[in-house]
Write a new protein. Structure first.
Length: 420
């Protein structure tokens, strides 16, 4: 029997929407359509934009006392976006991932059973139709989009496209964005299917039936920052434990104090079981973050909590998130441990000689049961020149003996060229 939504959700949603605001768009369309109006249907097609991107990556994973992993992959993405005609426009995109010389490459999901003992590097070979949507903006202050598309909400902590991986995560959805009221943006998505980073591998579970509703609203009227109210109602037909209702709000902004630009963010959410989830649970998410721009270095100190109580399936989950930028770049916690997890972290970034550097340190503890999980050190350097970009990232996770995890070192060497 399908579970109803929790009884408090309409009240929580209404309250969230009343206080929500943003200094930037909650929903990020990434300017993926040309800003041109065509005089005919034919010219809309012929006067579009062709995009082509190549991204090569070497990723290595070194596990303590276990076989290591390595992948050498090339992601090729090609898309074509039409100009606008009668307020309609469209985009289609294909992605292909190839792998070369990968004797130690385990892409996961049972794709390479002989390499199952090696760590998973989630960049399987294959081709996929990653985006194909029709866009309409003929209604005042409203954008309607239907088809396969990216959905990136806020900082992608709950809903994102996982573009760090060689194949992105996309959504078969109807999305509506409205700006009818001054400084207010309201977003809604009806999601029919989630196409994971395995969508090009042609295996079961790569594309998940996910009849879900995503609500998010923002307001730009508060001088000291923005507040976001959201309700994410996920009905995952493939993985029942992901079905949930998440209601929350976020406040973030920046202000100048004694000549220093100070940033801050606070967020809280409650998650309960819903729809076809057989486990009764409620869990919490909390974030507190403060930063400062001490030119040329920016610093940030934060605390993030995804609660749990050591019972299976009762921890706070983020199944649609872009995971790589949260809880450390080593991606050790894409699925929240049953005991939950807290992360006290310090981040720093700067730019020297056109090279962007970043540093991160994380200290992980379980929410329930006491003890420590481990620590992580993250380093990165990126340089862009024209249509080229190169990057080197390193993550070192040190596990405690009681955590049940292994010491892990990961390295990513990435080079890309973008013909826009």
């Amino acid at each position: 029997m399908m579970k109803p939504l929790p009884s408090f959700w309409p009240l929580g949603l209404a309250a969230g929407l009343l206080v929500s605001s943003s200094a930037f768009a909650t929903y990020n369309t990434e300017n993926d359509l040309p800003n041109r109006i065509a005089e005919s249907f034919e010219s809309a097609i012929t006067d579009g934009d062709l995009g082509l991107n190549f991204r090569a990556r070497v990723e290595t994973v070194d596990l303590h006392n276990s076989p290591d992993g390595a992948a050498h992959t090339l992601s090729t993405t090609m898309n074509y976006a039409t100009s606008s005609y009668e307020q309609f426009a469209a985009l289609i995109e294909f992605n292909n991932v190839t792998a070369h010389g990968n004797r130690a490459f385990n892409p996961g999901m049972g794709i390479s059973p002989a390499k199952a003992s090696r760590p998973v590097i989630a960049d399987p070979k294959g081709s996929a139709l990653t985006r194909a949507f029709l866009n309409y903006d003929g209604f005042p202050d409203t954008q309607i989009r239907v088809g396969r598309q990216f959905i990136n909400l806020d900082n992608q902590r709950f809903v994102g496209s996982r573009e760090f991986r060689q194949t992105p995560q996309t959504y078969d959805a109807l999305t509506i964005v409205n700006h009818s009221y001054p400084q207010i943006e309201v977003f809604y998505a009806f999601v029919d299917q989630v196409n994971s980073v395995y969508q090009g591998a042609n295996i079961g579970g790569a594309d998940r039936s996910n009849i879900s509703h995503l609500f998010n609203a923002t307001w730009n009227g508060f001088p000291y920052g923005h507040v976001v109210g959201y309700a994410y109602l996920i009905n995952d037909r493939h993985t029942r434990s992901n079905s949930s209702a998440t209601i929350g709000s976020r406040f973030a902004g920046e202000t100048e104090m004694a000549g220093i630009m100070v940033q801050y963010a606070i967020e809280a959410a409650r998650q309960t079981d819903a729809f076809n989830n057989h486990t009764d649970f409620s869990a919490d998410y909390n974030l507190l973050e403060v930063g400062a721009d001490l030119h040329p270095v920016q610093f940030k100190l934060g605390y993030e909590l995804l609660s749990g109580n050591r019972s299976a399936g009762k921890a706070f989950r983020t199944p649609l998130a872009s995971h790589h930028n949260f809880l450390g770049k080593a991606d050790m916690f894409e699925t929240t441990p049953d005991s939950g997890i807290s992360d006290i972290y310090f981040l720093a970034s700067s730019t020297f000689y056109d090279v962007d550097f970043d540093f991160g340190y994380h200290r992980f503890k379980p929410d329930a049961g006491g003890g420590r999980i481990g620590t992580e050190l993250d380093l990165g350097a990126w340089h862009s020149f024209g249509m080229y970009e190169v990057g080197l990232e390193y993550a070192k996770f040190n596990a405690t003996s009681s955590s049940g995890l292994q010491d892990t070192d990961k390295v990513w060497l990435t080079a890309s060229v973008n013909f826009a």
